[in-house]
Design a binder for this molecule. Structure first.
Ligand code: FES
Ligand SMILES: [Fe+2]
Length: 424
C-alpha cells in the first residue's frame, strides 16, 4: 500500500477525506446509561478527532457540544448542568443543547451572538448516536437490527482501544486469524462454545475466501472443509464505515462490533450481543458482564480493559505453553486488542506482505478508500448510509463441499444469517 493511501484511510479529523465521509453517518457516541437522567453529570466524548461534551438537559433532551467554552475556553466538562442548559463553571456562561449561549451574566445582550459547535443526537439501541455532517444531508435514524429490537434481547458494551479504527475492522473480517489467535479459547468461552465452529476452526486453518459487495459494504464467506466432504461457511458482514457482524455461533446471540474513531490513534470499540427472537437470559447477561463473549472487564471508573498495554494484557506464558491460549493473552477480546495495539497506533501498511487469506482485508481497504475519495470529490452518499443497506445479518452454515453457497442461499430465498437456519 502506498503511504498516501494509508494516510487517507486512517486520518479522520475535520477536513480529511475519511473524516468527511464518516461524518455522513450516525456515529455511536455514548451509552444511554452514561446519561441516565435529566440534568445528570455531563460526560466527555472524543469523536473523529473532536473534543466534545454530552449532557441531558432538564427536559431530558440530549446535547453534544464542543468541550470548550466560547468565553476563555474552559472545559464545560466541569460545568453545572441545570435549568435547561450547561453552565460554564468559570464565569457562568450557559449553553443549551443546541450550543446557543442562553445566559451571559457579564453582558446579557451579547448572549444571542454566542454559540458553540453542537451536533444533533438520537437514541437507539441503548446508544446515543451523533450526526456530525452537513445538516441538510442528515440520514434517517440508525436501522441496524440490534438498534431496533426490544431492549430485553440486547447487551451493549464498549471499551477504549489504542489503535486506529481500521486495525480493528481488519481483525473482524479476517476469519483466518480465528484458527490461530482464538484456536483454544472458542471452546471455552461460555458465549461461543458447543457449536460446529470449534471443530472446523481447529481442523482447517487455511479457509478459502469469497466476497460479495452489498449496498452498504461486503459479505465475506470463509469456507473451511472437513474430511467428511462437508464445508463450513462463516459469513461475516462488513457495514461501512465501522461495523462488523461476525458469524454467529450456534444458538448463542448474534454479534455486532463497531470501531468508532476517537481520533487517528484510538477508537471506541462497541460490542453488541443480541437475539432477535428471544430475551437474553440472566446467565448470558452475567457472562457478558463478566467479560464473556465479546466483552471485557474494566479498570474501575473507566472504559479501559483490565487487560491493557500497561500490563502486557496480563500475558500468561504458562497458559500459552499449556495450549490454553494461543498468544498467552487470555480471553477472546483481550487477545484481539493486544494484537491490534501491538502493530502500533497506525500500522505502516507499506511494509506488509499479504496472502490469499487477506482478500477481504484488501477489498475493505479498497472500498473505503474509493468511497472516501468519491465523497470528497462530490459529496456522493457513501455506502451504508441508507436504512435499507443497514438491514443485514451474518450467518454460519454447513453444506456438502461441492455445493455453491451463493446458489444455496438464492434457492432457499434466505437472507444471509436467517438465524433459525443459518447459525450452526
Ligand atoms: S471560560 Fe467559560 S464563562 Fe469564562
Ligand atoms: Fe479476533
Amino acid at each position: 500500500m502506498r503511504p498516501e493511501d494509508n494516510q487517507t484511510l486512517t486520518q479522520v479529523g475535520p477536513g480529511t477525506p475519511m473524516g468527511g465521509m464518516m461524518r455522513r453517518y450516525w456515529v455511536p457516541a455514548a451509552l444511554s446509561s452514561e446519561l441516565p437522567d435529566a440534568d445528570c453529570s455531563p460526560i466527555r466524548v472524543r469523536l473523529l478527532g473532536e473534543d466534545l461534551v454530552a449532557f441531558r438537559d432538564s427536559e431530558r433532551r440530549l446535547g453534544l457540544v464542543e468541550e470548550f467554552c466560547a468565553h476563555r475556553r474552559a472545559s464545560l466538562y466541569f460545568g453545572r448542568n441545570e435549568e435547561g442548559g450547561l453552565r460554564c463553571s468559570y464565569h457562568g456562561w450557559k449553553y443549551d443543547v443546541g450550543g446557543q449561549c442562553v445566559d451571559l451574566p457579564q453582558q446579557p445582550s451579547y448572549a444571542p451572538k454566542i454559540a458553540i459547535r453542537s451536533y444533533p443526537c438520537v437514541e437507539a439501541g441503548d446508544v446515543v448516536w451523533a450526526y456530525m455532517g452537513p445538516p441538510e444531508l442528515r440520514p434517517d435514524p440508525p436501522s441496524v437490527e440490534w438498534a431496533t429490537i426490544p431492549a430485553e434481547g440486547r447487551y451493549v458494551s464498549k471499551w477504549l482501544q489504542y489503535s486506529n479504527y481500521l486495525q480493528g475492522i481488519e481483525g473482524a473480517i479476517d476469519s483466518s486469524h480465528v484458527s490461530f489467535l482464538h484456536r483454544y479459547e472458542i471452546e471455552q468461552n461460555p458465549l461461543l462454545k458447543k457449536t460446529a465452529a470449534t471443530e472446523f476452526i481447529k481442523g482447517d486453518a487455511n479457509p478459502e475466501f469469497d466476497i460479495d459487495h452489498t449496498s452498504g459494504g461486503l459479505i465475506v464467506y470463509a469456507k473451511r472443509r472437513d474430511r467428511n466432504g462437508r464445508a463450513y461457511y462463516r459469513i461475516t458482514q462488513m457495514l461501512m464505515p465501522w461495523f462488523s457482524f461476525p458469524p454467529p455461533f450456534g444458538h448463542h446471540p448474534l454479534l455486532c462490533q463497531a470501531w468508532v474513531p476517537c481520533d487517528d490513534e484510538s477508537c471506541m470499540v462497541w460490542s453488541i450481543s443480541y437475539c432477535t427472537d428471544r430475551a437474553l437470559t440472566a446467565e448470558e447477561r452475567a457472562a457478558m458482564a463478566d467479560g464473556g463473549g465479546i466483552n471485557v472487564t474494566y479498570v474501575p471508573g473507566t472504559f479501559i480493559p483490565i487487560q491493557n498495554r500497561s500490563n502486557n494484557y496480563l500475558l500468561d506464558r504458562a497458559a500459552q505453553k499449556a495450549k490454553k491460549t494461543f498468544s498467552g493473552v487470555v480471553g477472546l477480546v483481550a487477545a484481539d486488542v493486544a494484537i491490534q495495539e501491538s502493530m502500533g497506533a497506525i500500522v505502516d501498511r507499506s511494509l506488509e506482505h499479504l496472502v490469499h487469506t487477506d482478500k477481504a482485508v484488501a477489498e475493505t481497504r479498497r472500498m473505503m478508500l474509493e468511497a472516501a475519495r468519491n465523497h470528497a470529490k462530490g459529496r456522493t452518499t457513501p455506502p451504508g448510509v441508507s436504512s435499507e443497506s443497514q438491514r443485514i445479518r451474518p450467518g454460519s452454515l454447513i453444506l456438502p463441499v461441492e455445493e455453491d453457497v451463493r446458489e444455496f442461499l438464492r434457492k432457499g430465498q434466505l437472507r444471509v444469517g436467517d438465524q433459525a437456519v443459518l447459525s450452526v
